[in-house]
Write a protein that binds this ligand. Structure first.
Ligand code: HEM
Length: 416
């Protein structure tokens, strides 16, 4: 059973399937797509970490047409992104932005995250109920990443349209293992290319503005950055910005939404968190484990490799299921239980190894700051299942596009 889950019942079925696969076929070739799937904790970590065997470089959907001078044939190729690079190149690129995610840099953003949370709660349209996904969980991380990058956060509707288009792509795994030329003929791939093209145009314009008037933001820093004495190409800079914008918002949206769902399903845990807010960071780690916002990673084998007695040939696509690894009983006692005080909790929700999520400290901080404020200001918060919460489509992210909630009071209290 490998279907894209569209309801919470589907999600449960997917988790049941993971359990079965961990026990019976921990390394499995899906005959319909030709792709490989890995389910156990140790194997998932190996796939995520061993870049000499499992490469992150892969085909990308299409080229990015641009009317630009100074580019070959008036075309700009999609630049490289951190996510699709291997070491040693990966390290040089990662160093360019890692300064923005140091504990000190993240700590400086705490006040701003508090303000944004208060502001969003204050703007809640109706007393006693709201769509938590669109009113809080989506705008909060989007405003933060937009401010970090230096793009106007009022362009949120645009970012949302792009994220929705990318996340709802109806592609089955087989599409990814096809040659790039054939991929381009697929209507969904063409739609994806179009979305990337729009994003590319947007960032091109923004970066041109920053060239004229540099600001105190990541776009301006990337324009100044050098690798081996050379500036980044425009397409690499655009690609960098695109990936930061995309990876920087919907993932955290999912974490916030899943936290609300987990707390709703575990009222005792919620009570404990209201009494002991200092437990929140550990509860957030458990949300990441129990309801991992990113379902799986993908890699391509650089050589034949044997895992759990099964040999995967060279040049094959491998999916490493983070969500399954995070429920592996070999690593987590009672993995099906949500235990907010779980220690140790070495989940792989942020990946592992050189590609470990660069934004992890930022999203952890956003959740740790925002959730206690939300729980205090929205007493008796409940998920309104009767109003049909909606999940994001697609096979990469697990989170809510719509999460209706009810609570007591106005959702508006003075800023402290
Ligand atoms: C709960 C929130 C988040 C989750 C669950 C998450 C998950 C992940 C995962 C699993 C990876 C590893 C990908 C791989 O190995 O192929 C990753 C990488 C990455 N994430 Fe996140 N992420 C989150 C938030 C963020 C934020 C807030 C940002 C940016 C501000 C961000 C930016 C990135 C980038 C740039 C990479 C690539 C790192 C590299 O390849 O070196 N992520 N993330």
């Amino acid at each position: 059973m490998l279907q894209t889950p569209s309801t919470l019942d589907d999600v449960q079925r997917l988790y049941d399937w993971f359990e079965q696969m961990r026990q019976t076929q921990p390394v499995w070739r899906d005959e319909s797509s030709g792709c490989w799937h890995v389910f156990r904790y140790d194997d998932v970590r190996t796939v995520a970490t061993d870049y000499s065997t499992f490469s992150s470089e892969r085909r990308r959907p299409g080229r990015f047409a641009r009317r630009a001078e100074g580019t070959q044939n008036g075309q700009v190729r999609m630049g490289r992104s951190l996510l699709t690079m291997d070491p040693p190149e990966h390290r040089q690129y990662r160093n360019l932005v890692s300064y923005a995610f140091t504990p000190r840099a993240i700590d400086r953003l705490r006040g701003r995250v508090t303000e944004i949370t208060q502001q969003l709660l204050g703007e809640a349209r109706e007393p006693g109920k709201m769509d938590f996904a669109t009113e809080i969980a989506y705008p909060l991380p989007t405003i933060v990443i937009a401010e970090l990058l230096g793009v106007p956060s009022s362009d949120r509707p645009l970012f949302k349209r792009w994220a929705d288009a990318l996340l709802s792509a109806q592609l089955n795994d087989a599409e990814f293992s096809r040659p790039e030329d054939e991929q381009r003929d697929h209507p969904e791939m063409r739609r994806l290319s179009q979305t990337f093209e729009e994003m590319s145009d947007y960032f091109w314009q923004m970066l041109e503005e920053r060239k004229r008037t540099p600001g105190e933001d990541m776009m301006s820093d990337l324009l100044k950055a050098e690798i081996d004495g050379e500036h980044l190409s425009m397409e690499d800079t655009i690609s960098f910005c695109t990936i930061l914008l995309l990876a920087g918002h919907v993932t955290t949206t999912n974490l916030l939404g899943q936290a609300i769902r987990c707390f709703d399903e575990h009222p005792k845990a919620l009570e404990q968190l209201r009494r002991q807010p200092e437990l929140m960071p550990s509860a957030i780690e458990e949300v990441l484990r129990y309801a991992s916002p990113v379902w799986r990673l993908s890699r391509t084998t650089k050589e034949a490799v044997t895992i759990a007695g099964v040999t995967i040939p060279k040049d094959e696509m491998v999916f490493a299921w983070l969500a399954s690894a995070n429920r592996d009983p070999a690593q987590f006692p009672e993995p099906e239980r949500f235990i907010p005080t779980r220690t140790p909790n070495r989940h792989v929700a942020f990946g592992h190894g050189v590609h470990f999520c660069i934004g992890a400290p930022l999203s952890r901080m956003e959740a740790a700051v925002a959730l206690p404020i939300i729980l205090t200001q929205l007493p008796h918060l409940r998920v309104a299942y009767e109003e049909s919460p909606q999940l994001f489509e697609g096979r990469v992210l697990f989170g809510f596009k719509r999460l209706p909630i009810t609570f007591e009071g106005e959702g508006q209290q003075p800023v402290h």
